[in-house]
Design a protein around this ligand. Structure first.
Ligand SMILES: [Zn+2]
Ligand SMILES: [Zn+2]
Ligand SMILES: [Zn+2]
Ligand SMILES: [Zn+2]
Ligand SMILES: [Zn+2]
Length: 202
């Protein structure tokens, strides 16, 4: 006997799908249910027999990551794509450029070595040290890296004593050539206009 009794008289439990079915329908239901439906071994859902393969492939079959093509259980795909996939797009800590996770450490190795001026202490700070620097920066401008004052003053004096640069010697020649060129273009344009304005010869 396929039909088990429920404690209520109005419904009975189908032994194939374990659902409560109105007593009056139970025989018809059981015939239909046992012929057409089967219980999925993975999720316990009742699935039409002819769609069982489709149910498996769309619900339970391993899937491949669309980014790295690795096969994995469907349940972990979202976590994989968000946190683990080597091809997922991440952004550089220093320049916020988006790039695949596999390239990140190599990029940051270079990117973090770039320097940026700290406006508080006037030092150039590596980007990888910037956060630590911001905590410890004492805001005292750093002049030690610059040229010592004595040298700078000596240089200024030296510059003052230097003779003025010589005046350009070919100025007049260049100007003459320029004038000739302009005149030539003017004559050429004039002759073209003159030709176009001539009345047609019949
Ligand atoms: Zn059933
Ligand atoms: Zn299933
Ligand atoms: Zn992946
Ligand atoms: Zn970067
Ligand atoms: Zn600083």
């Amino acid at each position: 006997m396929a039909v088990a009794s429920d404690h209520a008289d109005t419904t009975k439990i189908c032994s194939h799908c374990d659902r409560a079915i109105p007593s009056s329908n139970i025989d018809l239901h059981y015939a239909h249910c046992s012929r057409n439906l089967e219980k999925c071994k993975i999720c316990d859902d009742m699935v039409p027999r002819k769609h069982a393969d489709e149910h498996y492939s769309t619900t339970h079959a391993p899937v491949s990551c669309s980014l790295c093509n690795e096969m994995m259980e469907r349940e972990i795909l979202a976590v994989h794509k968000g946190e683990k996939c080597p091809k997922r797009i991440v952004t550089c800590d220093y320049c916020e450029f988006p790039l695949p996770a596999t390239d990140l450490s190599e990029h940051q190795e270079v990117c973090g070595n770039r320097t940026e001026l700290c406006h508080l202490c006037n030092r150039y700070i590596r980007l990888r040290e910037r956060i630590a620097h911001e905590v410890t920066c004492n805001g005292v401008p750093n002049n030690t890296a610059e040229i010592p004052r004595a040298t700078r003053e000596a240089e200024r004096e030296h510059a003052a004593r230097r003779p003025p640069p010589p005046p350009p010697q070919d100025f007049s020649t260049r100007r003459l050539l320029f004038t000739i060129a302009i005149t030539g273009i003017a004559i050429l344009l004039g002759s073209l206009l003159f030709k176009e304005n001539q009345p047609p010869v019949n």
